[in-house]
Design a protein around this ligand. Sequence first.
Ligand SMILES: C=C(O[C@@H]1C=C(C(=O)O)C=C[C@H]1O)C(=O)O
Length: 112
Amino acid sequence: MTMTSTSTAQQTTATAAATATATERTGARTESAAELIGGARDRIDALDDRIIGLVQERMAVSAVIQEARIGSGGRRVNLSREMEVLGHFRDALGKPGTALAMTLLELCRGRI
Ligand SMILES: C=C(O[C@@H]1C=C(C(=O)O)C=C[C@H]1O)C(=O)O
């Protein structure tokens, strides 16, 4: 064997190392599954960035409404409207939707 050739054992070891890396990275047991997961995770990261941007935009719009209401002599919080928002999310996403809406309202309330 020359110094540049690779034995079957070495190739098997290299493949095992690559698979172990894929498993470490993604939990997948094959490189092809790891590649699919890596690409899909990139899409999720991009979606999360958009969701965060939308939440920040919602917070800004909510603050405009709260400022106008407080400036006019009213209260910051409007419970009947919050019930509508909670119902909207519950209808679309079920019980976890209510929890998500409560978190959104918590983020949006009292930021002025
Ligand atoms: C934005 C408003 O003010 C507050 C914030 C809400 C929200 O972020 O959705 C809902 C009701 C109010 O407690 C509103 O009245 O519409």
